[in-house]
Design a binder for this molecule. Structure first.
Ligand code: DX5
Ligand code: ZN
Length: 225
């Protein structure tokens, strides 16, 4: 069974205090820190790149779960490896022709490869990457259009999660966008085990409590199945 991983999205943190925000989330019980890397060509927003990961790495030993919403993920592999990224999740929409090479290079830089899909991308597109000889180790199902925190969860994406969980019982399946105490149960019961949550954690009076609610929901669903 794939263990529950709760990953606060640092996009909702105070970027001016990133090190202390990271430390705070780890103390609240976060398993991973989700880092949203965006270029304006792939999404209508621009965030951070390898230099920020490198700075943050000096302050934390936490698993840095990097989600690359960029058009040329292969250009980012070497700098992210050097910067100390832990996971490197690229989007299938921009890697249809070179995913094999991309997975190989991500692994060769000591990172864990993952693939993500936008809401409009059919789940079948990622099957070959999970079944490859050199496979991805995580599939990130977007539950909002990538680009911004604080959007509304799309429950219709749960079919993708369910399909993936049925096919791949021990795969890390991550959901990202609009997750919080009111949406976690459907995602957990569909089979998601890695939960990204930005605004629901950072805007809470007690972020540790939200992290614990998310974890309990995932573990509760796993015990039922
Ligand atoms: C959106 C990002 C998400 C975002 C989630 O493109 O990939 O990681 O930060 O934020 P919430 O949980 O607020 O929807
Ligand atoms: Zn993300």
């Amino acid at each position: 069974m794939a263990a529950a991983k709760i990953a606060p999205s640092m996009l909702s943190s105070d970027f001016a205090n990133l090190a202390s925000e990271a430390d705070r989330m780890v103390r609240f019980g976060a398993d991973w820190l989700h880092m949203d890397i965006m270029c304006r060509h792939f999404v209508p927003n621009l965030t951070i790149g390898a230099p920020v990961i490198q700075s943050l790495r000096k302050h934390t030993k936490a698993y840095l779960d990097c989600h690359l919403m960029v058009t040329n993920p292969s250009d980012y592999v070497e700098p992210f490896g050097k910067a100390g990224a832990s996971g490197f999740t690229f989007h299938i929409e921009v890697a249809r022709d070179n995913w094999q090479e991309l997975i190989r290079s991500i692994k060769s830089k000591g990172m864990r490869p993952g693939v993500s899909l936008r809401p409009g991308t059919p789940v079948e597109e990622v099957f070959p990457l999970v079944e490859a000889e050199n496979p991805v180790e995580l599939v990130l199902v977007m539950t909002v259009e990538p680009g911004f925190g604080g959007q509304k969860f799309m429950p219709e994406m749960m079919d993708k999660v369910h399909t993936l969980r049925k096919k791949y019982p021990s795969l890390d399946i991550e959901v990202d966008g609009g997750l919080g105490p009111s949406t976690i149960d459907v995602a957990a019961s569909a089979g998601a085990n890695c939960i990204v949550a930005g605004s629901s954690i950072f805007s809470a009076a007690d972020p540790g409590e939200v992290i614990s609610v998310l974890r309990k929901s995932v573990e509760g669903s796993q015990n039922k199945s």
